[in-house]
Design a protein around this ligand. Sequence first.
Ligand code: DC
Length: 234
Amino acid sequence: MTVRPMPLVIAIDGPSGSGKSSVSRAVAQRLDLAYLDTGAMYRALTWWCVQQGLDLEDQPAVARAAKDLQLQMGTDPSSPSVQVGGVAIDQAIRATVISESVSKVATNLGVRDELCDRQRALISESAKSTGGVVAEGRDITTVVAPDAHVRILLIANQESRLARRAKELHGEADHAAVSATHDQIVRRDKDDSTVSQFMEAAPGVTLVDTSDLDFQQSVEAVLELVRAQTGPQA
Ligand code: DC
């Protein structure tokens, strides 16, 4: 019998609309692990820069803001939270203005160095205090935690990703909603993929295609992989 490693680190990457945030959070809940949404960290920094009136194209200034950012990530999967300087910004970071501009911040290499360091520290702290963590993003399996016990790339075809995000943002997936969502999926992933590789699985990373799976089936597919790779307790 395989014994579940302690602390257990599960890394999940994927493009927008692959379902990785909701699936990762549900997996963390099922396994009693912490949950780290690294995309929320890039969004939090973007929010802060916008608040401060910083020009997002000014890369050195934005990288400095990353170093100084008073960011607090709550990693309880039943109520994950994001605070900057003590202010809760969970809703604010999901605003369209942030979604539209976050790639400018996420493609700043100085920002990535700083946030990747913070992500490694958070993974290690939360894993120690709760027995493990599910961390999700674009470069967790490859750059932030390449030595994670389970490494998964969650993908879905573009049609499914557009339909899911359209439903999330507009409540339906009709033609108008899908085209309004195009920028947030296709253009953003194109920009983001200039700095991270999340469209193809790197060596040792298992691909899970959720195009034809509903939410529960996607969660089960990930849990099944965790069980297969770490032991039956999962
Ligand atoms: O998953 P999301 O939409 O909340 O991510 C927000 C942005 O951050 C998106 O542009 C991709 C980027 N990101 C990244 O570059 N690396 C990560 N580990 C997580 C997110």
